[in-house]
Design a protein around this ligand. Structure first.
Ligand SMILES: [Zn+2]
Length: 132
């Protein structure tokens, strides 16, 4: 039986892994490292690179940067396709420290769109200086 790793646990392990490495160059690598730690506790835990990135975005000590292979901005949406409420952009900084939108999140329901399906992106995870 596969088990979804609890969010708090994943967040804790992201910080642990980043403390050892400071910088990780892709969500796949971060996922692999966190999963390795998770499996020490329970070998049935599963984790996807997209989920690990989503959780990392919510950790104040971690900075997520995106490197786009193509230009973004083609797929702007204004309203949630499910409930019609306003959406807010999910933003990260790119390597030039400019904010870019990587998806949209509904302000009302759980809808989240991900532009990654259309735009290949590479993420970099950095532990902020003051937490080293
Ligand atoms: Zn909605």
């Amino acid at each position: 039986m596969k088990k979804i790793a609890p969010k708090e646990k994943v967040a804790e392990l992201i910080k642990k892994v980043l403390k050892a490495r400071i910088k990780i160059e892709s969500q796949e690598e971060l996922c692999k490292l966190v999963l390795r730690e998770l499996k020490k506790e329970d070998k049935d835990f599963t984790l996807s690179p997209t989920r690990v990135k989503r959780i990392a975005l919510e950790i104040p000590e971690v900075e997520v940067k995106a490197k786009t292979k193509r230009k973004l901005g083609l797929l702007k949406i204004e309203k949630c396709p499910i409930c019609d409420s306003p959406v807010e952009p999910i933003k990260v900084k790119n390597l030039l420290n400019k904010e870019i939108v990587i998806g949209y999140r509904c302000t009302n329901c759980a809808y989240e769109s991900d532009l990654e399906a259309f735009v290949p992106m590479k993420y970099i995870f950095i532990l902020k200086q003051r937490y080293k």
